[in-house]
Design a protein around this ligand. Structure first.
Ligand code: FE2
Length: 170
């Protein structure tokens, strides 16, 4: 069953927001690379790739419903960041924005009685809980480290140990 015009528009806005999130993470990865923290940069770059996977999930859903996925305009991500804490706080702020947008999408789908999008949106609600918790934990640890060199290097090594990114839809 096709998405209503209203839902199609809202899904397309979400596709654009996920791609915007990817750009935000990619720029943050660049900033951390320039701060000589390659592990954190790799972690952020992996997040950037994951946001493309998210966008692809929404694109596939819209196309599978026989609607027309359309990528909207994105804004240039802000740079540079003043500190490691700034970078992860910016990431958290964007995750919170994405979570709010997915909740709105869910409410809209519910209001329209669109059952077919429910599994996908449930997946995203779960995913956002995890994403926010992960970034929040990093923000907390960066605050604890408070510009202590060895502490930052340890966290950099830890975050850099994350598995290699993929842009394939899982
Ligand atoms: Fe996402």
């Amino acid at each position: 069953m096709k998405l209503s015009d209203t839902l199609e528009k809202a899904f397309n806005a979400q596709i654009t927001l996920e791609l915007q999130a990817s750009l935000v993470y990619r720029q943050l990865a660049i900033e951390l690379e320039l701060m000589d923290l390659p592990g954190m940069a790799a972690w952020l770059r992996h997040q950037a790739d994951e946001e493309i996977v998210h966008a692809n999930k929404f694109i596939d859903h819209v196309a599978d419903r026989d609607n027309h996925p359309r990528i909207g305009a994105t804004a240039a991500p802000s740079a540079p960041v003043a500190s490691v804490l700034d970078a992860f706080e910016a990431a958290l702020a964007h995750e919170e924005k994405v979570s709010a947008s997915i909740r709105d999408l869910y409410r809209l789908a519910e209001a329209e009685g669109d059952l077919d999008s429910r599994p996908l949106l449930n997946w995203f609600l779960d995913e956002q809980i995890e994403e926010e918790a992960t970034v929040k934990e990093i923000v907390g640890r960066v605050k604890m480290i408070d510009d202590d060199g060895p502490g930052l290097l340890r966290l950099d090594e830890e975050l850099g140990a994350r598995p290699v990114a993929t842009t394939e839809v899982r």
